[in-house]
Design a protein around this ligand. Structure first.
Ligand SMILES: [Zn+2]
Length: 109
């Protein structure tokens, strides 16, 4: 079980995303990236891949705190990935609901 840095709810790591800070030698914002394999070394933070949890984490500056980043964090790449995942998830939900409706119709006939 891991705690989402957005909503602070605990959940299984299979439904959470692990994110890590991508440190570089140049100064400037630290890029926060998705660790898809969930095994990159170093400190990680866990997040539900939803815009709600992402926005809560941003408001709370949870990434900088959780990943021990003193500099600004660049969340552009992560935000785009979460947005894409959420759209895909919603499309799947619509498709699943459509299939369930079809089954109900068949039962009624
Ligand atoms: Zn969450």
């Amino acid at each position: 079980m891991r705690t989402c840095v957005g909503c602070r709810r605990r959940d299984d790591r299979s439904v959470l995303w692990r994110v890590v800070a991508h440190r570089s030698e140049v100064s400037g914002p630290v890029l926060i990236r998705l660790d898809r394999q969930q095994r990159q070394p170093g400190r990680g933070a866990w997040l539900h891949p939803t815009m709600d949890c992402l926005n809560q984490a941003i408001r709370r500056r949870a990434f900088a705190r959780g990943l021990r980043v003193a500099a600004e964090v660049d969340l552009g790449e992560l935000t785009a990935a979460v947005r894409t995942a959420q759209v895909e998830y919603e499309l799947q939900g619509v498709a699943a609901k459509g299939a369930a409706d079809d089954r109900r119709k068949r039962v009624q006939r």
